[in-house]
Design a protein around this ligand. Structure first.
Ligand SMILES: [Fe+2]
Ligand SMILES: [Fe+2]
Length: 298
């Protein structure tokens, strides 16, 4: 009987993935201060914030603020990973610390950008930030393999989100799109580590799929706990280039293909059922997407 812990036979492979992560992340520029347009900074005491100072379209602001309010819950993400992998291999705990150090910069950078460019009311933003962290984040899965699949999807979704918003933001503010693309690079490396750890498990034993089914079918972003999340996502889907269509094409479809779910050969009935359920879900979303594209053409 398989259990939901990471498989210790994969320790050498996971160590390799961690090493690769360290090498790649060492090549990314860590000078975050260079991504902030400091020339625009003014004292809030001397020049109080006013609505008229806003320069970006609403969709872009909502996207950046939503990203920020997702990243600020890092203490809770780390506490979830720490709890989940407490008895796991040392290399996973090493990765979680490296990951935390990298993620730790993200909310700072987004918040500083929004404050310096005055695209949000700072008082409102700080109240929201505090409320979000106070609410915390407590997912209903705490097993190591489910967590690996969840974080794969979440990192890829974040990466796609940053790159897609960067495209929309570019014509309004080049600094913002450069900053978002920089964050996306971190997310790409995180995604690669989690994704390949999942892949290694499926290659070792396709029956591990039973632990991935739930999180794939019921995925929602960790930011879903923030105030007005549904409204925010609607605005972002319409105005900032990230919605259900992009989620299917650039996230779900990508991992289902990468993990080669369709061609796995599980041997237990339970695992075969999980495989079928994931493929059905994928097929259903694909049909919805195709119908939507047809409608858009008309
Ligand atoms: Fe991040
Ligand atoms: Fe990340």
């Amino acid at each position: 009987m398989l259990n939901s812990d990471l498989d210790r036979r994969l320790e050498p492979r996971i160590k390799e993935l961690y090493q690769l992560h360290k090498e790649r992340s060492a090549n990314i520029d860590w000078s975050y201060h260079e991504f902030i347009p400091w020339d625009k900074a003014m004292s809030f005491k001397r020049v109080p914030w006013e609505e008229s100072q806003v320069t970006l379209p609403e969709g872009v602001i909502v996207a950046v603020e939503t990203a920020l309010l997702t990243e600020v819950n890092l203490p809770w993400y780390t506490s979830h990973l720490d709890y989940t992998f407490k008895n796991s291999m040392e290399v996973i705990n090493d990765f979680v610390r490296t990951w935390t150090a990298e993620e730790d910069q993200h909310s700072n950078l987004l918040e500083t950008y929004l404050l310096v460019t005055r695209n949000v009311n700072p008082t409102r933003l700080h109240e929201l930030r505090r409320r979000v962290v106070e609410n915390g984040w407590f997912p209903d899965f705490t097993n190591p393999l489910a967590t690996m699949a969840y974080t794969s999807l979440q990192e890829l979704a974040t990466l796609v989100f940053y790159n897609n918003v960067a495209k929309i933001a570019g014509p309004h503010d080049k600094d913002l799109s450069t900053l978002l693309r920089r964050l996306a690079k971190d997310e790409a490396l995180h995604y690669a580590f989690y994704r390949d750890t999942v892949k290694a498990h499926l290659e070792l034993d396709p029956n591990f799929i039973v632990f991935f089914e739930d999180v794939i079918i019921n995925f929602s972003m960790p930011g879903a706990v923030m105030p007005d999340f549904t409204e925010r996502m609607k605005t972002i889907a319409i105005n900032a280039n990230y919605g259900p269509l992009q989620y299917f094409d650039q996230v779900l479809d990508v991992v289902v293909t990468y993990w080669d779910i369709a061609n796995l050969q599980p041997t237990t009935d339970e695992a075969k059922q999980s495989q079928a359920n994931i493929l059905n879900y994928h097929g259903r979303l694909k049909r919805i997407k195709d119908r939507q594209l047809q409608k858009n053409k008309k």
